[in-house]
Design a protein around this ligand. Structure first.
Ligand code: SF4
Length: 177
């Protein structure tokens, strides 16, 4: 099941993944779902077993560049396709269970090379979501269609962050950026 067409409707922020620049962060949204691709993918299941780590529903990482981590099977096509290195393999920076990334700070020093995933429990994380140029390359190449890119979801990001300012008719929509 690909990422929900209506993401983030029905989901709530479960926390932030912070960038160490002290300025940027992206939200994780939950709850996750155990009926998505990662739970039926043999490589992912085998990788969890090899680690002795329990596979649990994770939710969606990012808001404008949203990666459904329950759908993500660590293919890495998005990582390879992105012209501005929005994504990194999170485990290549911090090798912790994905359920524990919420409220962690990452430096963005993880690998952005498709074949450098730590293993198939790794996830593509949009650590540089703020650098997205909306080219949509990652969306079309993702095998399970785990990614939704939608610039208008900035409103959901800002509402969750408490920085949303309603734009009145006639105002420059980017004046508050
Ligand atoms: S839409 Fe383009 S720039 Fe944005 S994350 Fe996807 S590949 Fe990268």
């Amino acid at each position: 099941m690909p990422i929900a067409e209506n993401f983030p409707e029905g989901l709530k922020p479960s926390g932030k993944i912070m960038h160490s620049d002290g300025e940027n962060f992206h939200f994780m949204w939950g709850p996750g779902r155990s009926d998505a691709e990662a739970f039926s993918n043999d490589e992912v299941k085998a990788a969890y077993k090899a680690r002795g780590e329990k596979q649990v529903p994770l939710g969606v990482s990012g808001t404008m560049v949203a990666v459904d981590w329950d759908s993500c099977v660590a293919d890495g096509a998005c990582i390879e396709a992105c012209p501005v290195q929005v994504f990194q393999w999170y485990r290549t920076e911090k090798d912790i269970p994905a359920a524990k990334v919420v409220n962690q700070t990452f430096e963005g020093t993880g690998s952005d090379v498709k074949e450098e995933r730590k293993d198939y429990t790794d996830k593509a994380d949009p650590i540089r979501e703020h650098d997205c140029i909306w080219c949509m390359a990652c969306v079309s190449v993702c095998p399970p269609e785990a990614i939704k890119v939608d610039q208008s979801n900035l409103e959901h990001h800002e509402k969750a962050a408490g920085t949303y300012t309603k734009i009145e008719a006639g105002e420059n929509p980017h004046a508050h950026d």
